[in-house]
Design a protein around this ligand. Structure first.
Ligand SMILES: [Zn+2]
Length: 307
């Protein structure tokens, strides 16, 4: 009893006397090793509007209640009148911005709670609700994508590098586009966003290009059922139901994946190239998903045989 009293006394002596609240409350400092950052995702967007319109929408509550942590202007935009390209900080990163909306990634929902959102001024857009544009000719006809300015991307890369220093819990495969986390509603940042260039700068996920060239002939002789392909895509992160048919929701999720990882052909349909890139990404970032492939021993043997 006496030693317990002494222990309590020692603990009370370590009360933190740092702030007014600490001085008033009987708080004992007992640091745990078991914690992580609340922010562990980074979501990239384009605004579909010019700079001034975007700034208004993202900062004023009387318009739509949306925001982001950062806004990156387009240097060619007539409504941006500063001589240098600057990053606009709209919401401090420790606060929750309203950029993701209904969202899903790898089992997590409501990503506003755990992400930083970056809006890039770029006037790409679809003229209709994309849920009505699963069909490829309609999508190509009704959606228009604009290139990103190289200065914008250079500044974005510098910004993300700083963010990753402050939030090291953001893993490469948690650096994603709005379309990745809301494929039935969103298309941003679109197929012209340079994900591969970012990967070359140490930002985000990318597949092993050599590995994909090895996987393609293997997949051609080992066809994988459509249900398994859908399960693999869902395992990597995308929100889709395993239906065994390439229905609208499947096409939208596949197209979101392709706009990110196969931007030269975003048909919305699985094919060998798409599947090879997906498997390579799973091998790199979520290898537990390989158990979904029924022909696993041969797949692993092939993987191990690689240099
Ligand atoms: Zn967006």
């Amino acid at each position: 009893m006496k030693s317990q009293t002494m222990r309590c006394f020692a603990i009370v002596c370590s009360v933190v006397l740092c702030t007014t609240a600490c001085q008033q409350l009987p708080i004992v400092k007992a640091p745990s090793q078991n914690f992580n950052e609340r922010v562990n995702h980074l979501v990239i967007h384009f605004t579909s509007e010019n700079f001034q319109e975007s700034l208004n929408i993202l900062t004023q509550s009387e318009t739509r209640p949306v925001s982001a942590h950062y806004l990156l202007p387009d240097p060619m935009d007539a409504t941006y009148d500063l001589s240098e390209l600057k990053i606009f900080a709209l919401v401090p990163p420790q606060f929750r911005a309203w950029h993701a909306g209904n969202s899903y990634w790898a089992g997590k929902t409501g990503l506003n709670d755990q992400s930083i959102g970056i809006e890039i001024v770029n006037e790409s857009r679809c003229l209709d609700d994309i849920a009505t544009l699963a069909n490829q000719p309609a999508f190509k006809d009704r959606c228009r994508f604009e290139a990103f300015a190289p200065e914008q991307i250079a500044l974005l890369i510098a910004l993300i590098k700083e963010i990753l220093k402050d939030f090291p819990d953001i893993s490469p495969h948690a650096i994603i586009g709005h379309a990745d986390i809301a494929p039935s509603r969103k298309i941003d940042p679109g197929p012209l966003f340079p994900w591969r260039q970012l990967y070359g700068e140490g930002i985000g996920a990318w597949f092993d290009e050599n590995r994909v060239q090895t996987l393609i002939p293997w997949l051609e002789t080992h066809p994988i059922p459509l249900e398994t392909q859908q399960r693999l895509l869902n395992h990597y992160g995308y929100d889709l139901d395993v239906t065994g048919t390439e229905d609208t929701q499947s096409q939208l999720a596949v197209r979101a994946f392709q706009m990110h990882f196969r931007p030269n052909n975003y048909s919305g349909f699985f094919d060998t190239e798409t599947l090879a890139r997906l498997i390579s990404l799973i091998e790199r970032y979520r290898p537990e998903g390989l158990t979904l492939i029924s022909d696993l021993p041969e797949a692993i043997a092939l993987h191990r045989a690689l240099p």
